[in-house]
Ligand binder design. Structure first.
Ligand SMILES: Cc1ncc(COP(=O)(O)O)c(C=O)c1O
Length: 365
């Protein structure tokens, strides 16, 4: 079996977990959480980081802290995981779906302006599969209209756009440490920002909005959330983060090998390399051309029979019951790419021989 993306624990994860168990600090008030936040923010190049139970909660907090309220509109791609859009809906705000680019599979900034209206409050770019959104254009438009930007960088840890880490370009950015990501904490997320107010409010709301300055114990000025990462999860994260550079190099050699063995192969389209992006593919994404002899479904079956796990791209959210009624622009590229996209195995532990086996199937050898 060649899995799509599985975790690898090879660093000091157990050492840090033992520190938690020995000290009794297992929940979110423990010291490893702050240590993980400090190391993560330094690594990524942000002023502040707030560790959360998962990325979905980080996105929810980020939108709350930039001021998204009921009935506001947030522009977001339809080609993403449901969590991105659910975070908008938790606030009673409305997602407005924008199309993606044919080459990056990410938000098409040139289709943003036509969707901006009176109720628009924010833009949520998603760096899909590790590829980067054209953030310079997005920020230009956001600044022109006074909008806030929350980057969903759940899948793009390590990727850089024009020298800047994804997640650090907008007003806030959110990462996922789910088991299948570049680094994992089991379950976990991180909100990063350079804005002190966003960071302190996110921390406050993530800890049940407990007023630490109030003389009486357990005094709450707002409805808060139990969104703070636990010390044990942070301990795993510390071990994983120490290993991040090696992991990035492995991810890059995985995509290099796919490019090497798949360039020129009929009926598939490889992701476009952009000189100004330093891309760390979380999963290696290809498109299987429409009308090809082996279409995506028959390739999936072939992979499955050979014990190789692949994953089709996301089904566009605007086609599913909870999101079908929301406003959107033309989503031609979204529907096209979603129909043809297939992610190839990309675990840190994958062997070169396994990548070559995957490529041989695509080359029909
Ligand atoms: C694009 C995107 N956004 C958000 C999330 C949510 O992350 P989590 O599972 O950590 O809540 C994911 C998870 O994979 C994701 O892929």
């Amino acid at each position: 079996m060649i899995p799509l993306s599985i975790p690898e624990m090879t660093g000091k994860e157990l050492f840090y977990i033992k520190e938690c168990l020995d000290s009794g600090w297992v929940s979110s008030a423990g010291p490893h959480v702050k240590l993980f936040e400090d190391r993560f923010k330094d690594y990524i190049g942000a002023k502040y980081a707030v560790a959360t139970v998962n990325c979905t909660s980080a996105l929810h907090l980020a939108l709350m802290c930039i001021g998204v309220r009921e009935d506001d509109e947030v522009i977001v791609p339809s080609l993403t995981f449901a969590a991105t859009v659910n975070a908008i809906r938790y606030l009673g705000a409305e997602p407005v779906f924008v199309d993606v680019c044919r080459d990056s599979y990410c938000m098409e900034p040139h289709k943003l302006e036509e969707l901006i209206g009176e109720k628009t409050k924010a833009i949520m770019p998603v760096h899909l599969y590790g590829q980067t959104v054209e953030m310079e254009c997005v920020m230009e438009i956001a600044n022109k209209y006074g909008l806030k930007v929350v980057e969903d960088a759940a899948q793009s840890l390590g990727s850089k756009y024009k020298g800047m880490s994804t997640g650090t370009i907008g007003h806030a950015g959110c990462f996922s440490f789910n088991g299948n990501k570049l680094i994992t904490t089991g379950s976990g997320g991180m909100l990063v920002t350079d804005d002190e107010e966003i960071a302190s409010r996110a921390l406050y709301l993530s800890t049940q909005a407990k007023d630490l300055n109030h003389k009486g114990a357990f005094y709450h000025n707002d409805v808060g959330y139990n969104y703070r990462m636990s010390n044990i999860n942070a301990a795993v994260g510390l071990g994983q983060l120490e290993d991040i550079e090696r992991r990035i190099q492995i991810k890059k050699s995985i995509s290099d090998l796919y490019y090497k063995h798949l360039t020129g192969v009929d009926n598939i389209v490889l992701p476009v390399k952009k000189t100004y992006c330093d891309t760390v593919f979380w999963l290696y994404p290809i498109l299987v051309k429409y009308g090809a002899k082996y279409d995506r479904t028959s390739l999936e079956e072939k992979f499955c029979q050979s014990g190789i796990e692949t994953r089709t791209f996301f089904t566009p959210l605007h086609l599913m019951p909870p999101y079908v009624s929301h406003r959107h622009g033309d989503l031609e590229n979204t529907e096209y790419i979603s129909m043809l996209g297939l992610n190839l195995p990309s675990s840190i532990g994958i062997g070169d021989d396994e990548i070559i086996k995957v490529c041989r199937i695509l080359r029909h050898e």
